[in-house]
Design a binder for this molecule. Structure first.
Ligand code: NAD
Ligand code: UGA
Length: 457
């Protein structure tokens, strides 16, 4: 089959895999090859046991795999044959040297750029899909265009806004697609090529174009704003607990103001995920490097509030269970950083499990999808047990703490759970997803977030 365009994507992770699968499904005239250095990941993409759990993803992959969607470890070949190269490798927080703990670690990016230069024999459009510090495109161009073959590379910023758990839906019907380029003749031509790809299924008025710096920065800012909303509502949840106000009622009243909006106002044990923390740290680092210390502090406080929320949650657990949890079995319901994903990166449950374990509790982790990752995250701790079935996890437990808002927990037979637990039985709801009054009536001592506890003593 003759393809009208060949697209490569370097990085077959949570972003590269789903994004390319959707492009391939929607654009059968393009050949889409997703490559990665991880053989295991690529192998898994070639089977029905995909390397990531994402609702609806397998159907999308199956619709295009082998037709115009390919997964491979031959990175060089994919670079050589493609006119457009998306790069969606990981950009974690730097753990060493200058900027450690804040700046983005761009080593994977730079490596890819050098590989593209080495293998290319014709002009390419290189698309930044990873989340990157503003001005990265400049560095990329310096590396890419320093080739002695005089090949022209055009760098485009096309940040990804999908959320895990709803990735397929977010890709099929995005709020917007953002495409930033230089406003030169070749930049605008490359921008149009990327617009044309998305225009195959995204309404034209949802495809935004901008200069390349605005696109890079908008991604960091979008994540910072989203995280800020969670920290804002979480900060108020602490105040509600002191004042007999109810965070659900406050969130509703505030969110019905159309200027504020009602989404992303769920108080929680804290936000997790691979990106909010790293992207805010990155934003903070960038602000500091431009001497904008007040701006840096402002955004850093979003992270401080998140840590406060995690800490006060676990402290309340210990305090309410008579200030000692030594030897007590505590079941964590949920370990994924949010529902409908197996991803546990930066999950608040990691922090909570470690803290409880250090207090010598007997922690049992339950989750429908994330137990494999939980085992890796908690490998250093002894005495943690893993039990997928929540009913089994609750047997002999002094407390259940809900960490992830899986639907499954909303519909459990809580009477059954109460019956098999030690008494007094404690329920700490880190997501406010169960019917607190009903559980109180069953006999639990219930600790919601952002409203006073319901206790039998
Ligand atoms: P990930 O860790 O799941 O995937 C990255 C992949 O890149 C890995 O499979 C890794 O093996 C591969 N890789 C690294 N170096 C490579 C190289 N030199 N050659 C080939 N492959 C290489 O990461 P992710 O969650 O997909 O995130 C990727 C980027 O997208 C990050 O910048 C992230 O901030 C951003 N992002 C993530 C999400 C999300 O929901 N996870 C959403 C939007 C944006
Ligand atoms: C987030 C953004 O929503 C995406 O737009 C972005 O592309 C992505 O980060 C990224 O750059 O990686 P994601 O982290 O997958 O997506 O999931 P979210 O739905 O944003 O949830 C993040 C965390 O906030 C989760 O722990 C979630 O439980 C928590 N959360 C979310 C709350 O505590 N309260 C809320 O009201 C919403």
């Amino acid at each position: 089959m003759m393809f009208s365009k060949r697209i490569a994507c370097i990085g077959a992770g949570y972003v590269g895999g789903p994004t390319m699968a959707v492009i391939a499904m929607k654009c059968p005239q393009y050949k889409v090859t997703v490559v990665d250095i991880s053989e295991a990941r690529i192998k898994a993409w070639q089977t029905d046991n995909l390397p990531i759990f994402e609702p609806g993803l397998l159907d999308v992959v199956k619709a295009a795999r082998g037709r115009n969607l390919f997964f491979s470890t031959d990175i060089d070949a994919a670079i050589r044959e493609s006119e457009v190269i998306f790069v969606s490798v990981n950009t974690p927080t730097k753990t060493f040297g200058e900027g450690a703990g804040k700046a983005a670690d761009l080593q994977y990016w730079e490596k890819v750029a050098r590989e593209i230069v080495r293998e290319s024999r014709s002009p390419k459009i290189v698309v930044e899909k990873s989340t990157l510090p503003v001005k990265t495109a400049q560095t990329m161009e310096n590396i890419l265009n320093a080739n002695d073959r005089k090949i022209h590379f055009e760098v485009i910023s096309n940040p990804e806004f999908l959320a895990e758990g709803t990735a397929v839906q977010d890709l099929l019907e995005p709020d917007r697609v953002l495409i930033g380029s230089h406003e030169t003749e070749s930049g605008l031509r490359a921008r149009q090529e990327i617009v044309d790809i998305y225009a195959k299924w995204v309404p034209r008025d949802r495809i935004l174009t901008s200069n390349v710096w605005s696109a890079e920065l908008s991604k960091l800012v979008a994540n910072a704003f989203l995280a800020q909303r969670i920290s804002s509502i979480n900060s108020i949840s602490a105040l509600c607990e002191k004042t007999d106000a109810n965070i659900l009622e406050v969130a509703r009243a505030v969110g019905m103001d159309s200027r504020i909006g009602n989404r992303f106002l769920n108080a929680s044990v804290g936000f997790g995920g691979s990106c909010f923390k790293k992207d805010i740290l990155n934003l903070v680092y960038i602000c500091e490097s431009y001497g904008l210390h007040e701006v840096a502090q402002y955004w850093e406080s979003v992270l401080e509030m998140n840590e406060f929320q995690e800490t006060r949650f676990v402290r309340a657990m210990i305090r309410e269970m008579f200030n000692t949890i030594v030897g007590k079995r505590i079941a964590l319901f949920g370990f994924a950083f949010k529902a409908n994903t197996s991803d546990t990166r930066e999950s608040p449950a990691i922090y909570i499990a470690k803290k409880l374990s250090r207090e010598q509790a007997r922690v049992v982790i339950s989750d429908p999808k994330a137990l494999d990752n939980a085992r890796i995250d908690l490998a250093e701790l002894e005495g943690i047990t893993y039990q997928e079935d929540p009913y089994q996890a609750a047997v002999g437990a002094h407390a259940v703490a809900i960490m992830t808002e899986w639907d499954l927990y909303r519909t459990l037979e809580w009477e059954k759970i109460f019956d098999v637990m030690e008494k007094p039985a404690f329920l700490f709801d880190g997501r406010n997803i169960v019917d607190h009054e009903r559980l109180f009536k069953i006999g639990f001592n219930v600790y919601p977030l952002g409203r006073p506890p319901l206790k039998h003593f």
